[in-house]
Write a protein that binds this ligand. Structure first.
Ligand code: IMP
Length: 177
């Protein structure tokens, strides 16, 4: 479906998202030692809008980095793995917060978690705007979740279908073709 087809109905409006992002920043701040710098590691491309809004909702200092990975399937198994076209920078001794757009199978987050842990951060937590638990294949730690959704394909607020819809200020379920 292209963006010129039937208009999409928001699943979460821009206003609902902005409120939830503010609440998430408050929850995360309350669970972080006062004055600590939070090192945000955004997962491209889908996480760029959420990270930009979340970063600006924090009162405390943040630093920002991005990673970009793509998952692949090894042989006939569905376990897969992830190759990084943009590698994580050094996180040793930092209070890291991974910022994901959506946790689906959990493959990306699982691989990123292992990768970051091997660099010995001081702490490692994850926030995902959306969580789609019905499709999970990997047990992954998601410390903060914006919205839990059913097994639907969603677009908007950074999330795409064939690179379209990322700029929408709301999130919508993409209708079946
Ligand atoms: P994973 O399966 O948890 O590794 O998720 C991999 C990536 O798939 C996510 O970071 C998203 O970019 C993408 N993805 C998963 N579900 C959706 C969806 O419903 N809409 C758009 N992208 C999705």
């Amino acid at each position: 479906m292209s963006e010129t087809a039937t208009p999409l109905t928001p699943l979460f409006t821009a206003r609902q998202i902005q409120q939830r992002v503010r609440d998430l920043a408050a929850e995360i701040s309350a669970a972080t030692p006062p004055g600590a710098t939070i090192h945000l590691v955004g997962v491209l491309t889908g996480g760029f809008v959420f990270l930009a809004d979340l970063a600006r909702a924090f009162a405390q200092p943040v630093t920002i980095d991005f990673v970009k990975g793509s998952s692949y399937r090894s042989g006939t198994t569905s376990s897969g793995g992830v190759t990084w076209s943009l590698e994580p920078g050094g996180v040793a001794g930092k209070d890291v917060l991974v910022v994901e757009d959506i946790v689906d199978t959990g493959t990306t987050l699982c691989a990123l978690h292992e990768r970051l842990l091997s660099d010995h951060p001081r702490s490692l937590r994850c926030v995902s705007l959306l969580d789609k638990p019905a499709r999970r294949q990997r047990k992954v730690p998601v410390d903060f979740v914006g919205f839990v959704i059913n097994d639907v394909f969603v677009v908007g607020y950074g999330l795409d279908h064939a690179e379209q819809y990322r700029q929408l200020p709301f999130i919508a379920a993409l209708p079946e073709p």
